[in-house]
Design a protein. Structure first.
Length: 213
């Protein structure tokens, strides 16, 4: 059976797409999955992370592919034959490429920061996924501690009929510093709150895709 293809998409830049892909890739691997990542963003931050990872000596069998957007469907299909999970990082504001990446996915993960502007800016991505008939899971990212506004926004999103992950990622500098060294928070600080958040989210996503853990 081919592996699951997960596309991380969000037209708003800086929402946390690359952060999510890199952290989930390592977390799925730590759950014993064979993982491949695909970077179709011309900014190539995921590829730079992967290079930093290799330079840091973390040659751990994580397959990485940097390709042009139009090759996405074929590459995702190819990698899904030999991996359990294929994670796709997509570019912001690139309608065609993002659409191809969304179409290739079993599930689209949409990181969103809890502010009204960010939630509004998410609409085109949700619309695109709906028109491609691919289910969406919103992932709240950079969530501040104890904020009533966050809960109000979650209620508003739920009203749109979109699934929201129960697991959220907090606003933690560890996410950025781990990536800088080519790692993930589950490697640099296994007992941190950030690491627990990523592990919980990875497990929630696998459950949602009906793949036994
Ligand atoms: N949960 C988080 N906590 C703190 N910083 C974060 C978090 N998620 C993302 N960031 C930071 O926000 C910026 C944008 O994240 P990035 O993953 O590059 O977004 P995108 O790929 O959507 O453009 C980066 O500097 C990243 O380190
Ligand atoms: Mg990015």
């Amino acid at each position: 059976m081919p592996g699951i293809v997960l596309t991380v998409a969000q037209q708003k830049g800086g929402a946390g797409k690359t952060t999510l892909v890199a952290h989930l890739a390592v977390a799925f691997q730590q759950l014993g999955r064979r993982v491949a990542t695909i970077d179709i963003d011309p900014q190539a931050s995921l590829s730079l992370w992967h290079e930093a990872r290799a330079a840091a000596g973390a040659a751990d069998g994580l397959t990485h592919s940097r390709i042009a957007g139009w090759r996405t469907a074929g590459e995702a299909e190819r990698l899904a034959r030999s991996h359990d999970v294929v994670l796709l990082d997509s570019p912001p504001h690139a309608e065609t490429e993002a659409r191809i990446a969304v179409r290739a996915a079993r599930l689209v993960l949409v990181p969103v920061q809890p502010s009204p502007m960010d939630v509004w800016a998410t609409r085109p991505t949700l619309k695109m996924a709906a028109s491609e008939k691919v289910p969406v899971l919103l992932v709240l990212n950079r969530v501040p501690p104890r904020s009533r506004m966050v809960e109000e926004l979650v209620a508003e999103i739920a009203g749109l009929g979109v699934a929201v992950a129960a697991c959220r990622l907090g606003n933690r500098v560890g996410f950025a510093s781990a990536l800088m060294s080519g790692r993930s928070v589950t490697e640099t600080g296994r007992r941190t709150r950030a690491a627990a958040e990523v592990r919980d989210l990875a497990a929630e996503i696998l459950d949602r895709c009906d793949t036994p853990r």
